[in-house]
Design a protein around this ligand. Sequence first.
Ligand SMILES: Cc1cc2nc3c(=O)[nH]c(=O)nc-3n(C[C@H](O)[C@H](O)[C@H](O)COP(=O)(O)O)c2cc1C
Length: 192
Amino acid sequence: MSLHIKIILASVRQGRFGDKPAEWITTIAREKEELSVELLDLRDYSLPIFQEAVSPMQIKGEYGTPEINRWAEKIAEADGFVVVTPEYNHGYPSSLKNNIDYLYKEWNDKPVCFVGYGSTGGARVIQQLRQVSTELQMAPIRNSVHIMSPWFLTETDGTLKAGALDVYVKSAESMLAQLTWWADALKKARER
Ligand SMILES: Cc1cc2nc3c(=O)[nH]c(=O)nc-3n(C[C@H](O)[C@H](O)[C@H](O)COP(=O)(O)O)c2cc1C
């Protein structure tokens, strides 16, 4: 079994916390021999605010610009996704939603899970993203990682405190186990 997982780092903010949990979950996922893993930082896939004339749902071939096609190719490669996301005003960051909206078929029939962080461990943003992903014909899986109060987890120089995410390893392991099951099942179904 060889499954390709994309980990999407949603925050593009200067001085963001998000790179810490993104690198942490990437390291854990890379330990799984059945997974190959690539971390996609949305800073590297920055797209203008969505203003395309045609809905991505209706696009069968190439998208309108090389930048959109580059993003589409990365998402098309995946058998499943881990989205690492902050909660902004009880919702998803616009950087993430904008990149989600550009594509359609590349998301279809694939599982997605979430590492959220914030005062409620990103519970509200994760629920919103489950709703969004269902419209994209994705399979949002049950388990997620909820990192509480990230502002207490860094040193004054912004680095992660030693062992700060250790308490979440068990949640990460069970989430990745579910993601692997779904990625395998849906890959076989897509190939049929
Ligand atoms: C615009 C904005 C809105 C925020 N809204 C929330 C919120 O609704 N709930 C929450 O738990 N934290 C909220 N926060 C605090 C973030 O959880 C915290 O700043 C976190 O570090 C953001 O992730 P990032 O640094 O990776 O961008 C907000 C932060 C910003 C910048």
